[in-house]
Design a protein around this ligand. Structure first.
Ligand SMILES: *Cc1c(COP(=O)(O)O)cnc(C)c1O
Ligand SMILES: [Zn+2]
Length: 399
């Protein structure tokens, strides 16, 4: 579409912090860039504007493509009354596990892959061995592109078994994995390969569509989500800003953003607690929420700003609390999420206990990723078998 300014993947971005514009992923001031896109007006949604996240194509930097990428987004927003007591408020769940590869990462990948196709690039890359790698590998394959995924050289084979299905170039890299974020962006710019890392402008642009979908249905008091790199929290904040600027929501309706981390790796929550201006790298411990264990988040300060500007919070929770939240989502709601995702529910429960979120507040919890793509190494007790004649008795006993 002619009113888009995307000539190639290194479209001009703007810095949320200092207002400068630039190309690539980072501003000269050190903070991440995002793309200026059209604000969402009060008379939206208009009918018949495409499906999934492409319903928002006129607020995105790319045109809707065909194939797998077209199937991203449009996830259900579900009332979860059975979890109200546990959470401590009126709970709704935005089920991002319904995306093609089971996480919200597909939204950002979809826009990244679409932009790569528009720019005539044949390769896209990312630094991940988890959900982001899976998403980039799958959607690149679906669009006929080659995906290159940089993984740590000590990654257990079981962790990349799902990834390998899509036959990306899996490149194990030795040394400091954290530094690869910056190294890969530099290499990508040099050789003209879009690197769809955690918080790059195209990824953030795609991932903001989750908020557009939520606000098209209802305007909650708060939105709660887990945070690691800060890319997705940035995207949610960007979506809220564009909806407010365009008039879809009023100034006094902007939902509060509550971001949650694992206590074993909580650099953003630490900065929030300390009243710090910026997020600093921490020494992480072990956590079951490995998808959100970034000790040096590239959009950490932007996520911190998002929470503060919306009168929200950044908190962290123990692995035990996360395990219990995983269980609650499975057994009381029927949704299998990975621990990283359940972190948000554990955090919300604590916020309600502290009275920061109130009992009659309407809250949307973003269920970020499914448990079904996790490597399984759990010990499950399989019940004893019974003779076929006794199945009636077993069912009757449940009534
Ligand atoms: C990537 C991921 C997150 C964290 O998102 P960031 O953008 O890195 O902050 C949370 N939950 C799941 C399931 C993820 O895959
Ligand atoms: Zn800047």
């Amino acid at each position: 579409m002619s009113d888009r300014s995307l000539d190639d993947w290194s479209i001009d971005g703007r810095c949320y912090a200092c207002g400068s514009t630039g190309t690539g992923a980072r501003c000269a001031c050190g903070e991440p860039l995002w793309l200026d896109t059209r604000p969402v007006p009060a008379d939206w949604p208009a009918p018949d504007e495409g499906s999934g996240c492409w319903r928002f194509a006129r607020f995105l930097p790319t045109d809707p493509p065909e194939g797998m990428v077209a199937g991203v987004g449009g996830t259900p927003l579900l009332r979860a009354a059975a979890l109200d007591d546990y959470a401590g408020c009126r709970l709704h769940v935005k089920d991002e596990t319904a995306n093609p590869t089971g996480s919200f990462k597909d939204r950002g990948t979809a826009v990244g892959v679409a932009a790569a196709c528009e720019a005539g690039s044949e390769v896209v890359g990312t630094v991940s061995h988890g959900n982001m790698a899976l998403s980039v590998a799958a959607l690149a394959a679906g669009a006929g592109l080659t995906a290159v995924t940089f993984v740590p050289d000590d990654v257990p084979p079981a962790r990349i078994a799902n990834l390998a299905r899509f036959e990306p170039e899996i490149v194990p890299v030795a040394g400091d994995y954290g530094r690869l974020y910056h190294d890969s962006l530099a290499v990508g710019e040099e050789v003209g390969v879009p690197m769809l890392n955690s918080d790059v402008p195209l990824r953030v642009a795609g991932q903001k569509t989750v908020v557009l979908e939520i606000l098209a249905e209802r305007t909650p008091d708060s939105i709660v989500l887990p945070v690691s790199s800060g890319g997705n929290a940035s995207a949610v904040w960007k979506g809220l800003r564009e909806c407010r600027r365009g008039g879809l929501i009023n100034d006094d309706e902007v939902p509060t953003l509550h971001l949650v981390q694992s206590a074993a790796c909580d650099p953003i929550a630490t900065a929030y607690r300390n009243g710090a201006e910026t997020v600093e790298r921490i020494d992480p411990g072990e956590t079951i929420a490995y998808s959100i264990a970034n000790p040096d988040p590239p959009s950490g300060t932007r996520a911190l700003t998002a929470a503060r500007e919306t009168d929200g919070t950044v908190s962290s929770v123990s692995d035990d609390a996360i395990r219990e939240a995983v269980r609650q989502l499975s057994t009381a709601f029927g949704l299998a999420v990975e621990p990283s995702s359940a972190t948000a529910l554990a955090g919300l429960r604590a916020l309600c206990e502290d009275g920061i979120v109130e009992t009659d507040d309407e809250v949307v919890l973003i269920a970020t990723g499914t448990a079904f793509t996790e490597g399984i190494d759990a010990d499950i007790d399989v019940p004893e078998s019974i003779p076929r004649e006794r199945i009636g008795e077993r069912v009757a006993a449940l009534i």
